[in-house]
Design a protein around this ligand. Structure first.
Ligand SMILES: CC(C)(COP(=O)(O)OP(=O)(O)OC[C@H]1O[C@@H](n2cnc3c(N)ncnc32)[C@H](O)[C@@H]1OP(=O)(O)O)[C@@H](O)C(=O)NCCC(=O)NCCS
Length: 401
């Protein structure tokens, strides 16, 4: 059966830019890792915070629970632990990294950038470090920027991190958004890879292609007023229906464009790792690209939408679950605020067994620098803290003495 020509759709999205990897230099992933907070907030917990039900959330989104950062946990602290695990898996030290890119919409501060705090927490002395703002597409943009940096010869290795503390920018009285989001971080080490002159496209390892796009017509359909504007409201606002339409129109088209740039057809992709926003959006990708759901990695039931962290967490879990082996081609695809969307296609060539090295990282030894006499200002929001405290107290009193 002929697959629908989704490449035609990408021209309608607007503002896209893409690239097939250069002939003789590309990049490869050599390290991966993730970190999520220990505190789990289930749909049943949410029933006591807003007027909702497990049935509504699960049937509309596929989400069953999400993680919530504790008092000392921030985007920088989770990103640093994920980054340390990725470095351990790659078998490189922080000072062998030339560039740190942190994709996030929830930086610890407006300044310094989160990447600098992470570099410091990891004991780094030499990498260039900056944050990148492209909402839920941030990791695909960060990967593309790091790939460009490395293939242009500006360095040999980059640490690309997606990290978010969305629980601090969620309105816990708005049931249409608070059920969707969660906290966490994921990271990869990306290394430059020189290929032999005669390497054919069909077997070349590493990064194969990208597709990035932005459609500002959705600028205020998914946004956080914040910033320096007159309305500095720091909480997420969303037109869910409009965003749903953008997502279903974009995801398959952007993934298909990246796959075509890689010289492949969808049949040449072994695993799709989509942004984990909503199972119905992912099922739409499955249907329009004719991938069975078994070929698409899903973990949103356990984490909800972690924005820029969602793809690197999913990638790290996919490798640990044995879903990627050397030679497999995977495609990631994301959409998010802006609106933005992005995809990249990579032929995996690392040894999945290296993932075990992440266990050598002791998170207790990773400390994020804080201002003198100050602390992290992102306290657990009151509505949530009250619920978690009451839940903790209930559990303690119900424990046998
Ligand atoms: C948000 C979303 C799940 C809503 O699903 P939906 O199928 O469009 O919802 P419906 O239109 O069927 O239902 C909306 C109704 O449910 C209600 N509702 C919203 N959130 C609810 C909740 N958590 N629990 C119960 N009811 C809820 C609304 O108030 C509305 O009620 P009304 O019809 O009486 O006004 C869906 O639009 C979506 O996933 N959008 C994309 C969001 C996204 O991915 N954002 C992140 C982008 S990176």
């Amino acid at each position: 059966m002929k697959r629908p020509d989704l490449n035609e759709d990408v021209t309608r999205i607007g503002g896209q830019s893409g690239l097939a990897a250069l002939p003789n230099r590309t990049t490869r992933i050599t390290g991966w890792g993730h970190e999520v907070p220990a505190t789990i907030l289930t749909n049943a917990d949410l029933e006591t915070i807003v007027e909702t039900s497990d049935e509504w959330i699960a049937s509309r989104t596929g989400i069953r629970e999400r993680r919530i950062a504790g008092a000392g946990e921030t985007t920088a602290s989770m990103g640093a632990i994920a980054g340390a695990r990725a470095l351990a898996v790659a078998g490189v030290g922080i000072d062998e990294i030339d560039l740190i890119v942190v994709a996030t919409l929830t930086p610890d501060h407006s300044m310094p950038n989160t990447a600098a705090l992470i570099k410091d927490a990891l004991g780094g002395t030499r990498a260039a470090a900056f944050d990148l703002s492209a909402a839920c597409s941030g990791f695909t943009y960060g990967y593309a920027v790091a790939h460009g940096f490395l293939t242009a010869g500006l360095g040999q290795r980059a640490l690309v991190i997606g990290a978010e503390t969305l629980s601090r920018v969620v309105d816990w009285s708005d049931r249409s958004t608070c059920v969707l989001f969660g906290d966490g971080a994921g990271a990869i080490v990306l290394e430059a890879l020189d290929l032999p002159q005669d390497q054919v496209l069909a077997t070349r390892p590493g990064t194969l292609s990208f597709e990035l796009s932005s459609d500002p017509s959705g600028a205020y359909a998914l946004w956080i007023p914040g910033g320096i504007g007159a309305d500095a409201d720091p909480l997420i606002k969303m037109d869910g229906a409009k965003t749903y339409v953008y997502a279903t129109r974009t995801m398959a088209a952007v993934a298909s464009a990246a796959i075509a740039r890689a010289g492949l057809t969808p049949a040449g992709v072994d695993l799709v790792i989509p942004h984990q926003a909503n199972i119905r959006i992912i099922e739409h990708v499955s249907k329009s690209m004719e991938y069975p759901m078994e070929q698409i990695f899903v973990n949103l039931d356990r984490y909800g939408n972690t924005s820029a962290a969602s793809i690197p967490i999913a990638l790290s879990e996919a490798v640990a679950a044995g879903r990627l082996k050397p030679g497999d081609v995977f495609c990631t695809v994301a959409f998010g605020g802006g609106y933005t969307s992005g995809a990249f296609v990579t032929r995996w060539d690392a040894d999945p067994a290296h993932g075990a090295r992440a266990a050598t990282v002791d998170p207790a030894r990773i400390t994020v620098r804080r201002p003198e006499g100050g602390s992290n200002s992102a306290a657990v929001p009151e509505a949530l803290r009250a619920h978690l405290d009451a839940r903790g107290a209930k559990r303690q009193t119900s424990q046998p003495q």
